[in-house]
Design a protein around this ligand. Structure first.
Ligand SMILES: [Zn+2]
Length: 666
C-alpha cells in the first residue's frame, strides 16, 4: 500500500514538472469545468495532461505527412489543441515507426494536447480500412496520444435505418472497452431514436469527452437543421460534466448555433481542404476565389494581396495563403463566440449567423424552441436588443410563461399604460399598474426593473393582436381593466367576459408616494415572480432607498435586521438567511439540498460544491437559492452558478456561492 501511494505521488509531481514525452501522463481523462454560460453554450476549461484548453474551440486537423501551416504558426493564432489521423500514420511505415519510437507529439511537432482520429473517415469514404479496432486503439496508446478514438462505424446519408442501427450497435460494442482517456463517440446520424439509444448507452462510459459522429455527410450537404436535432437529442442524455465535440463541422457559419446548443469542440480540415479547391471561408459562407473582386478581411493574406494576385500565383503558394486566411477566420469566429458568451450576447450572434443560410436559420429556430434552452439559459444577462425574433429568446419565453402564474395581484382594478411610461414613477389611486410591451406582452409596475423587462433596448409600440390575447388570458384576475392612451384605440370593439374593459385617453396619475403601499407591493411582486410563491398578507418591513429611488434594502420592522436587497443590475431580490427560511416555508422550489458531509461548513458560509449536491429544485444559473441540509432544514442562502441538471452531473467545481448562513450548526 505504501509503495503504491509513493508511485502515485511520484507520477503527480512528474506530471507537473515535465509534461512532455511521458506516455503515462496521457492516461488521465480530460476534465471539464464551466466558467460562464449563455443559452446552452458554455465558456469552459478543459484540463488536459498537456495544459488547459479554453472552450469552445477548434482542433485544426494536422496532416502527419505534410503541414500546410506549420504547427508553430497555429499556436501563434491561439490554437491550443489539435487533431491528427492515427490511421494515416499507421498505414505509412515510416510515420508508424517514427511515432512509435518518438511519440506523436514529436512527429507532428506539437507539445500541447493531441487527439487522434481512428480511420472512421476513411472507412466512410473507402468502405474499408486495413486495421482492426483493437489494433488502432493499441497503436494510438503506443504513440502517446492524449485522447484517442476507437474505430467507430460512421453512418452515411445513404444508410437506411436498419443499416444505421447495426452500425450503432457494433460501435457500442467497440466503445465498451476503450481506455478511459479516449474520446467516446455518439452515433445515429439523422435517426434520432438511434442517437437517443447511443447517448443513453454511453452516458456512463469513462472518457475524456464525447464526440457526435456521423455528421460529416450531413454537414457537407448543409443539413444544419438535422444536425441541430441530433445535437439536442444527444445533449438531453449525455452528462453535462463532459465536453462535446461535433465531428467534421469545420465551417464557421455553423459554429455559433452549435455552441449555443452546447457543443464545446470542433475540428477543421476545411481550412486546408477548401484552400486546395480555391475556396475562401467567411462567417457568411464560402466564396470561390475567382468570384471575389476584393477580400472582406484583414489577415496577413487578405490585407496584402488581391484575389487576382492570388490567382496568378503558383498553386502551392496560393493554397498556403488561402489556408492561412481560412484558419484565421475560423479562430476569429471562436474568439467572437467566447466573447459573446462572456457578455451574454450569444443570441444576437446566432441570429446574425442565421441570416447566412436557410438551413442555419432553421437550426436556430429548432434550438430556440427546445425546452432545454429555457432550463439551461441563465436567469439574467447584460442588456439585449430587440429584433424580429426576440420572442424566441429564452428569457422572453420564460417571462411570457411565468407571468400568468406568478403575477402578484393586489387590486381588482388594472390600468395598462404604453411601454414608453415604464420608467416613470407614478401611482393611480386604488389601481394596479402594468405596461403593454411589444416584446414581453405585459410588464407589471412592480417588475419594471427586473430582468429582462427593463434591460432590453426596444421599440415602443403596441402589438394589438398580442395584447388582445393577453387580455383574454388575464380577464379572470381583475374586475376592471383600463387601457390608457390612444395607442389602444384598435381594441375598442373587444369585449371581455371576465372583466369590464375600458379604453380612455388619459387617467389621473398621482406621485408614487401617494400610494403608501407601493414599496411593500413591489417587494411582494418580485418575490412572487422570482420564487413562485404567494407572498404573505402581513410582511413587517422597513425600507431604505438608494439615490436612484430604487429600493435598495429592506429590514424587519420589529428587529431592524436586514432581510434582503434588490440587485441593481437585474432587479432580483437577494435574500438574507431569515428571509430564505420564510421563502422555503412558503413553498418555493428554488432550493438545493446538500449532503451532511458539507452541511456544517456551509452553515458557516462556506460555498457549496457540486459533489455535495444531492437534490435540486427548479433552479437556473444565477438564481438566488435556499440551501437545505439532508433533513430539509434551510441552513444557508446563495447564488447558483449552474442550472439544476448541470449541478447534479458535475462532480467538481462550485455550485453555489453562499451569501448568508445560519452560522451555528447542530
Ligand atoms: Zn483573410
Amino acid at each position: 500500500m505504501f509503495l503504491e501511494l509513493n508511485v502515485i505521488h511520484h507520477l503527480g509531481v512528474h506530471q507537473m514538472n515535465a509534461p512532455s514525452n511521458d506516455k503515462e501522463n496521457s492516461k488521465i481523462p480530460f476534465r471539464f469545468l464551466i466558467k460562464k454560460k449563455d443559452l446552452m453554450g458554455r465558456l469552459g476549461m478543459l484540463n488536459t495532461p498537456r495544459g488547459n484548453v479554453t472552450t469552445p474551440t477548434i482542433l485544426p486537423v494536422i496532416n502527419p505527412s505534410y503541414q500546410l501551416i506549420p504547427s508553430k504558426e497555429l499556436k501563434k493564432i491561439g490554437v491550443e489543441i489539435v487533431i491528427t489521423n492515427s490511421y494515416i500514420i499507421y498505414s505509412k511505415p515510416d510515420l508508424q515507426e517514427r511515432s512509435r519510437s518518438k511519440g506523436v507529439h514529436q512527429l507532428i511537432d506539437w507539445d500541447g494536447p493531441i487527439v487522434t482520429d481512428s480511420g472512421a473517415y476513411q472507412l466512410m469514404v473507402y468502405g474499408s480500412v486495413d486495421v482492426t479496432n483493437e489494433e488502432i486503439i493499441t497503436f494510438q496508446q503506443e504513440m502517446g496520444v492524449d485522447a484517442g478514438i476507437p474505430l467507430d462505424l460512421p453512418i452515411t446519408i445513404k444508410d437506411n435505418h436498419e443499416v444505421a442501427r447495426q452500425k450503432v450497435e457494433e460501435t457500442w460494442k467497440r466503445i465498451q472497452n476503450i481506455p478511459k482517456h479516449f474520446v467516446c463517440p455518439v452515433q445515429g446520424g439523422r435517426f434520432l431514436d438511434l442517437v437517443e439509444w447511443s447517448a443513453k448507452k454511453v452516458r456512463n462510459v469513462q472518457c475524456s469527452y464525447y464526440a457526435l459522429g456521423s455528421e460529416v455527410s450531413l454537414l457537407i450537404n448543409y443539413k444544419f437543421a438535422t444536425v441541430m436535432k441530433n445535437i439536442l437529442t444527444s445533449k438531453r442524455y449525455l452528462p453535462y460534466d463532459k465536453a462535446i465535440h461535433l465531428f467534421g463541422a469545420g465551417h464557421p457559419i455553423f459554429f455559433a448555433p452549435a455552441v449555443a446548443a452546447g457543443v464545446d469542440l470542433f475540428d477543421s480540415a476545411a481550412y486546408a481542404l477548401f484552400a486546395k479547391d480555391d475556396r475562401y471561408l467567411t462567417v457568411h459562407g464560402t466564396y470561390q476565389l475567382d468570384k471575389l473582386d476584393e477580400f472582406p478581411c484583414s489577415c496577413n493574406t487578405c490585407a496584402i494581396h488581391t484575389p487576382r494576385e492570388l490567382l496568378s500565383m503558383d498553386k502551392d503558394d496560393r493554397e498556403r495563403l488561402l489556408a492561412w486566411h481560412n484558419i484565421v477566420v475560423t479562430m476569429e469566429e471562436m474568439r467572437r463566440i467566447r466573447q459573446a458568451i462572456r457578455t451574454g450576447k450569444l443570441f444576437q450572434l446566432i441570429l446574425e449567423r442565421a441570416m447566412t443560410h436557410p438551413e442555419v436559420f432553421e437550426s436556430v429556430k429548432i434550438l430556440m424552441n427546445d425546452q432545454q434552452v429555457i432550463e439551461l439559459d441563465p436567469l439574467s444577462k447584460d442588456a439585449q436588443k430587440e429584433t424580429p425574433f426576440s420572442r424566441w429568446a429564452p428569457e422572453v419565453r420564460r417571462h411570457r410563461q411565468l407571468l400568468l402564474d406568478r403575477w402578484y395581484i393586489h387590486s381588482p382594478k388594472l390600468a395598462i399604460f404604453p411601454e414608453a411610461l415604464q420608467h416613470q414613477l407614478f401611482s393611480v389611486s386604488g389601481t394596479q399598474i402594468a405596461f403593454s410591451s411589444h416584446v414581453f406582452g405585459l410588464i407589471p409596475f412592480e417588475l419594471r426593473w427586473t430582468y429582462p423587462l427593463s434591460q432590453w433596448e426596444r421599440i415602443d409600440r403596441v402589438d394589438v393582436q398580442d395584447l388582445r390575447n393577453w387580455l383574454l388570458k388575464i380577464q379572470e384576475k381583475f374586475e376592471r381593466i383600463i387601457l390608457v392612451g390612444e395607442e389602444f384605440s384598435d381594441l375598442k370593439r373587444l369585449e371581455l367576459e371576465g372583466a369590464e374593459l375600458e379604453i380612455v385617453d388619459s387617467l389621473e396619475i398621482l406621485p408614487l408616494k401617494a400610494d403608501k403601499n407601493w414599496a411593500m407591493n413591489e417587494i411582494k411582486g418580485i418575490l412572487a415572480y422570482q420564487y413562485g410563491i404567494e407572498p404573505p398578507e402581513q410582511l413587517h418591513l422597513k425600507f431604505e432607498f438608494g439615490s436612484t429611488k430604487r429600493i435598495r434594502r429592506f429590514r424587519d420592522k420589529n428587529t431592524g435586521k436586514l432581510l434582503g436587497t434588490i440587485r441593481p443590475q437585474d432587479g432580483y431580490i437577494v435574500p438574507k438567511y431569515p428571509l430564505g427560511v420564510t421563502l422555503y416555508e412558503l413553498g418555493t422550489n428554488k432550493y438545493v439540498k446538500i449532503s451532511e458531509l458539507a452541511a456544517e461548513e456551509v452553515a458557516k458560509k462556506r460555498n457549496v460544491f457540486c459533489k455535495h449536491v444531492t437534490e435540486v429544485g427548479d433552479v437556473l444559473a444565477g438564481d438566488e437559492v435556499i440551501v437545505l441540509n439532508e433533513k430539509g432544514v434551510p441552513i444557508a442562502v446563495g447564488k447558483s452558478s449552474l442550472a439544476r441538471s448541470e449541478m447534479l452531473d458535475f462532480k467538481r467545481g462550485e455550485a453555489i456561492s453562499v451569501r448568508d448562513a445560519v452560522g451555528k450548526y447542530e
